[in-house]
Ligand binder design. Structure first.
Ligand SMILES: [Zn+2]
Ligand SMILES: [Zn+2]
Length: 171
């Protein structure tokens, strides 16, 4: 049996817990659970400061460089799958967001969500423009309109769901 330690913040409170970072004894009131185990408030503070200070503006173009090619592929293929877009759009949004986060080593930037959302919208533009063609054509012959409007609907569904899930994941 090990001797009880005393919390560095509460000298009267016995504990067996030590901070995973600095090994200071901490009571269960002070301990904060993280990926590396329980850590003390001082270490948590330091870790969070590093987390944000570590972010450099260069990570935005880096996130975009990964997100844009994926968004171009997803934006071209998925709306062509018709109603499957309802399920595939959120998946694409999640995938693109995770790829962008991986690219910047999961560092947190305030505007990462905006960069990724922008990439998804830009990536959807080729399909969006193509889906407008039937509408332009049907302007001459309105009987074609019912056929012509679906590509635009699915492109809209794709953009809405993909951007929505990506932003929810990154904010
Ligand atoms: Zn500590
Ligand atoms: Zn304590």
């Amino acid at each position: 049996m090990t001797e009880p330690l005393y919390c560095i913040n509460h000298p009267t409170v016995e504990t067996y817990l030590r901070c995973a970072r600095c090994e200071a004894p901490i009571c269960d009131k002070c301990a904060v659970q993280t990926e590396v185990g329980y850590i003390c408030p001082a270490c948590l503070n330091r870790q969070q400061r590093v987390f944000y200070a570590d972010f450099r503006p260069i990570y935005y173009p880096l996130a975009a460089a990964i997100a844009l090619p994926l968004a171009l592929i997803a934006g071209w293929i998925l709306p062509a799958t018709g109603w499957f877009t309802i399920f595939l759009g959120p998946l694409a949004g999640t995938g693109i967001a995770e790829a962008a986060r991986w690219a910047i080593r999961r560092r947190r930037g305030r505007y990462t969500w905006l960069v990724v959302a922008g990439a998804i919208v830009v990536g959807g533009l080729p399909r969006l423009l193509l889906s407008l063609v039937p509408l332009v054509v049907s302007a001459a012959d309105p009987s074609l309109l019912t056929v012509g409007v679906w590509p635009l609907v699915w492109t809209g569904v794709y953009l809405f769901t993909a951007v929505g899930t990506a932003v929810a994941r990154l904010r």
